[in-house]
Structure formats: structure tokens, C-alpha cells
Ligand binder design. Structure first.
Ligand code: SAM
Length: 221
């Protein structure tokens, strides 16, 4: 069994697949660490047109995801795994952060269902089957697909075995709350007159560690 599973309910699987088949997400899948599954919400649509949305009561622009297709899709997934938890990307959610990503990554054998709304949003009653409401920040995206990818990426890369160096995720930005990683340099030493701080070439690991600590930032300060 994989260490983590994501089932993504979406109308736009083709928007998600290329990213999940690339780089670290592909590696996590290939190593059996993460599993990504898709459910096409259209299959749960109503009537001959397999409709998944309708106009808002009280008027207004746009279309809202209806309850029936969403509840039926989630209930079907939960029949196979009653412990699966539902994440809803929404501007009304808690702002996503590294500490929450780490908490998700450390939950062995977890299965998260991510519902990707589109259009104007969703019927509010859908919240009754949601465990986590997640906001990506104070801006509006077209749908839940990009938030789903961001949530998945930020969690999966923290699972041991996904990144190359086991310390990479421990020392990077936000690993300790509001810290931002120290500046880093690679070859050449001199690029157009901009040189690398000499301390980094000194071989003195103690002094390098001090320099890095002094040059890390804390967003709260
Ligand atoms: N009418 C909604 C509002 O004003 O809050 C915006 C709907 S948006 C066009 C469609 C969907 O994209 C949302 O229901 C949500 O799933 C997702 N979405 C958009 N912005 C988001 C954000 N900042 N964080 C998380 N999800 C977001």
C-alpha cells in the first residue's frame, strides 16, 4: 500500500495529469510512495446531459456545483475507504501552509479526496461532507485544479524517499515556521562581476553554518 493516496474529483483530469506525471510527483508514484486516482464528476451527472451544475437560488451570475453528483461521487469512494477525508479548495478556507502540509505527509496510509469545483463555486450544503476547507491565498482561481496540485505537491515532497537528500525538506523555507532559507550559489564563482561570498569556499563548516544562520530570514521580524 502507498504511504499516501489522493483521489481527485474533477471535470478536467487532463489539466492535472501532466504535472503529476512529472519530476518528484512521478518519482513518488513510481516508487509506490504516492498514488493518484481520478474520478470524473461528469459520470455522476444528472439527466441525459450528465449535468453537474445549476443556477444559484436568489439569482446571480454563474453556475454552482450541485449536491447530488458530488455526494454520490464521494459516497462511492468512501464505500471502498470509509476513512478517506475530503479536502475542498475554497477561498473561504484556512490558508494552506508548510506545517499543515507536513502534518498531512506524516499521516501514514492517509487517503485524501480532493473535490475540484469550477464555475461560480459550489452549493453550500456540500460543506457537510468536507473535512478540510483549504484556501491558497487571497486571489480567485478558475477552479480547484491548481489548488489540488499545490496541496498534493507540497505534501508528497515531504514524505521520506521522495526528495534526493533527506535533509532538503528539513532545512528549507518554512521548515521552522516563518523562516526563509539562506541564499545559495553554484558555479561560476564570478558571474559578470557578481562573486560568491568567500566564506562558502572556505571549507570551514562551522563558519558556513553561522553565515547561513545569519543570512536566513524570519518573516515575522
Ligand atoms: N465565486 C467564488 C468566490 O467568489 O469566492 C469563486 C469561485 S472560483 C471561480 C471556482 C473555484 O476555484 C472555487 O470554488 C474553489 O474551489 C477554487 N478556488 C478559487 N480560488 C481559490 C483559492 N484562492 N483557494 C482555494 N481554492 C480556490
Amino acid at each position: 500500500m502507498s504511504k499516501i493516496k489522493f483521489t481527485i474529483i474533477t471535470l478536467f483530469q487532463e489539466a492535472l495529469e501532466p504535472y503529476l506525471n512529472t519530476s518528484m510527483m512521478w518519482k513518488a508514484k513510481d516508487k509506490g510512495i504516492a498514488e493518484f486516482d481520478f474520478v470524473n464528476l461528469r459520470e455522476y451527472g444528472l439527466g441525459p446531459h450528465k449535468s453537474v451544475d445549476d443556477t444559484p437560488y436568489g439569482g446571480g451570475d454563474g453556475m454552482l456545483l450541485r449536491c447530488e453528483p458530488v455526494f454520490n461521487a464521494i459516497e462511492d469512494i468512501k464505500k471502498k475507504d470509509p476513512n478517506a477525508q475530503v479536502i475542498l479548495p475554497t477561498p473561504a478556507g484556512e490558508i494552506w501552509n508548510q506545517a499543515t502540509a507536513r502534518q498531512f505527509a506524516e499521516t501514514e496510509g492517509a487517503h485524501y479526496i480532493i473535490l475540484c469545483p469550477h464555475y461560480e463555486g459550489y452549493d453550500e450544503r456540500i460543506l457537510s461532507i468536507v473535512d478540510y476547507k483549504v484556501s491558497l491565498g487571497k486571489y480567485v482561481l478558475t477552479g480547484g485544479e491548481l489548488p489540488a496540485l499545490i496541496i498534493i505537491d507540497s505534501v508528497v515532497r515531504l514524505i521520506p524517499g521522495v526528495l534526493g537528500g533527506e535533509t532538503s525538506a528539513i532545512v528549507e523555507s518554512f521548515s521552522d515556521g516563518d523562516n526563509i532559507e539562506y541564499p545559495q550559489y553554484t558555479k561560476p564563482y564570478d558571474f559578470r562581476g557578481m562573486t560568491v561570498p568567500d566564506i562558502l569556499l572556505s571549507g570551514n563548516h562551522g563558519e558556513i553554518a553561522k553565515w547561513r544562520a545569519a543570512n536566513s530570514k524570519n518573516l515575522q521580524k
